[in-house]
Design a protein around this ligand. Structure first.
Ligand SMILES: [Zn+2]
Length: 420
C-alpha cells in the first residue's frame, strides 16, 4: 500500500506484496466547514500497515504480516490532513477479530516528521485500539507500535562520532551484502590500533522489528567512545565488534522479522540461508580467531505481560554456556551498577527450561547465542538480553534510558573482567 484516503466510499485495489491501496472520496463537514478527507499511508521509515476500512472518523487497520508465520505485532503508519479531527483507530483482522497489537503505553507518536517521539496516549489506549485527537494545526502524524530505528538513525549516530573515527577508535565497515543487495554495516570501536586484551561482540535486530535493542546497542558503542574513565579503559583494553542490523533488509522494509518463513535470522545458525549470519560467524573466526570475552545478542520480547515488561537475560542450557557462576555474577554486577532507570533485576533472568526458553523453541535451528556457546572459545558471558518496548518494571522505556543501559552493560563487563 501505500496511501489511503478517508472518508466516504472506498475504492480498494491490490498492489504488490499484498499491500492495499485504499482511496476514499468526498469531504466531511466539521462545524459546517467542508474539509478534505484525511489520508493514511506507510511511506515512512519502516512503514507497515494495511487499512481494512475507513468509515467516517473510524479506521480499521492491521499490521502487514508479509512472510511471518502466525501473528506478530509490528505496525507503523502516517496520517495526513486530519487536523482538528478525533479519529478512532481499531486494530482488526479482515474478519473483524480484534488484534491486541497496541503497546502497553499506546502508540509511539511523532508530530514533527519523525524527529521526536512520545507516548501521548499512555494509559488511554486499549490493547487493540486508541482514539487520537489531532491538534488544529497537526496535519501530519506518525504512529508506530514502537520507537522506530532504521539505517538513517544509525547513520546519524555514526555522523555524531566522526571525530572518533578520525582518532582511530571507531570504524564502520561492511559486513556483507544483504539479500536485497544493500551493504550491511558492522562496527568496531575501542582498542583498534593493536591487538586488544579482550573482545566483546554485540548484535542487534536478528528480529528486525525489535527496535529498542538498537538504542541499547548505541549506548554500548557510546561507552567505548566516551571521554571518561570507562571509555579510556575500554579503548585501552577492549575491541568492540558489533552488527547493528542482522536482518538489515527487514529493518529497512518494516517487516515483522520474528518467525519469518522458512525461519528467521535468529534460527539461522544451523543452516545459514541469510548472508548476514554467515558473515557474522566468519568475522568472529577470521578477525577474532574465534575468541570473544563476551557475546551479547540484544532483543525485545513480546508486546506485553510477564517476561515482556522488564529487562532480562535469557540463559542458555548450562551444558553449553560459560560457567553458570560467571553468568550469574555478571547479572549481579549489572543489577548493582546500573545507573539508568530501566530497573533490571538479576532475579528476572529467564533460566533455561522455563517459560518459552526451552529446547523446542530452537527446533527450527540454532540461534546466534547457541552458535556462540558452541563455537566461541572460552567466553565469559554469552547470552541474549531482552529489552521491552514500552514498560520496564514500571519505567517508561525511552531511547535515552536504553542508551544508558547500554553503557551499564559495558561497565558491568569491565567490572567482571577486573574481578578475575
Ligand atoms: Zn528477538
Amino acid at each position: 500500500m501505500k496511501h489511503v484516503e478517508g472518508s466516504g466510499s472506498i475504492l480498494k485495489s491490490r498492489l504488490a506484496r499484498g499491500m492495499f491501496l485504499l482511496v476514499a472520496f468526498g469531504a466531511v463537514s466539521i462545524c459546517g466547514a467542508a474539509v478534505p478527507g484525511f489520508t493514511i499511508d506507510t511511506e515512512i521509515p519502516a512503514g507497515n500497515a494495511i487499512v481494512n476500512s475507513i468509515e467516517g472518523d473510524t479506521v480499521s487497520i492491521r499490521q502487514d504480516l508479509r512472510d511471518t508465520k502466525g501473528e506478530w505485532f509490528y505496525w507503523a503508519f502516517r496520517v495526513k490532513g486530519a487536523a482538528g479531527r478525533t479519529v478512532r483507530f481499531d486494530f482488526r483482522k479482515p474478519d473483524g477479530t480484534a488484534l491486541d497489537i497496541v503497546g502497553v503505553r499506546g502508540p509511539v507518536v511523532s508530530t514533527d516528521g519523525g524527529k521526536t517521539f512520545s507516548y501521548p496516549l499512555d494509559g488511554k489506549a486499549t490493547t487493540c485500539g486508541f482514539t487520537y485527537t489531532f491538534a488544529p494545526d497537526e496535519n501530519e502524524t506518525l504512529f508506530y507500535e514502537c520507537h522506530p530505528y532504521v539505517r538513517a538513525d544509525w547513520d546519524a549516530f555514526v555522523a555524531r562520532h566522526a571525530a572518533d573515527a578520525a582518532k582511530g577508535v571507531f570504524a564502520v565497515e561492511t559486513l556483507c551484502r544483504s539479500r536485497a543487495g544493500a551493504e550491511v554495516p558492522r562496527v568496531r570501536a575501542g582498542c583498534l590500533s593493536g591487538e586488544p586484551k579482550h573482545r566483546f561482540m554485540f548484535t542487534a535486530r536478528h528480529h528486525c522489528s525489535e527496535t529498542t535493542a538498537s538504542w541499547v546497542f548505541e549506548g554500548i558503542v557510546d561507552a567505548f567512545l566516551a571521554d571518561d574513565d570507562l571509555g579510556a579503559w575500554l579503548r585501552a583494553n577492549v575491541e568492540l565488534m558489533g552488527v547493528p542490523f542482522v536482518d538489515y533488509d527487514g529493518v529497512q522494509a518494516g517487516d515483522q522479522g520474528k518467525n519469518r518463513k522458512p525461519h528467521d535470522h535468529n534460527r539461522d545458525y544451523s543452516e545459514f540461508i541469510y548472508p548476514e549470519t554467515k558473515a557474522l560467524t566468519e568475522w568472529i573466526g577470521e578477525h577474532a580467531q574465534g575468541r570473544l570475552d563476551a557475546f551479547i545478542d540484544l532483543h525485545c520480547p513480546w508486546i506485553r505481560g510477564d517476561y515482556n515488561e522488564f529487562v532480562y537475560a535469557t540463559r542458555k542450557d548450562p551444558k553449553i554456556t560459560p560457567p553458570t557462576a560467571q553468568e550469574d555474577r555478571f547479572s549481579e554486577i549489572l543489577e548493582k551498577i546500573q545507573s539508568g532507570a530501566l530497573r533490571y533485576k538479576a532475579a528476572n533472568d529467564l533460566p533455561f527450561g522455563k517459560a518459552w526458553n526451552k529446547g523446542v523453541n530452537f527446533a527450527q535451528g540454532w540461534s546466534s547465542v547457541i552458535w556462540a556457546c558452541h563455537n566461541v572459545k572460552e567466553p565469559k558471558v554469552c547470552r541474549a538480553m531482552e529489552f521491552p518496548f514500552a514498560n520496564a518494571n514500571g519505567a517508561v522505556v525511552t531511547p535515552e534510558k536504553c542508551r544508558t543501559f547500554g553503557r551499564d552493560i559495558a561497565l558491568a563487563l569491565r567490572v567482571l573482567i577486573d574481578e578475575r
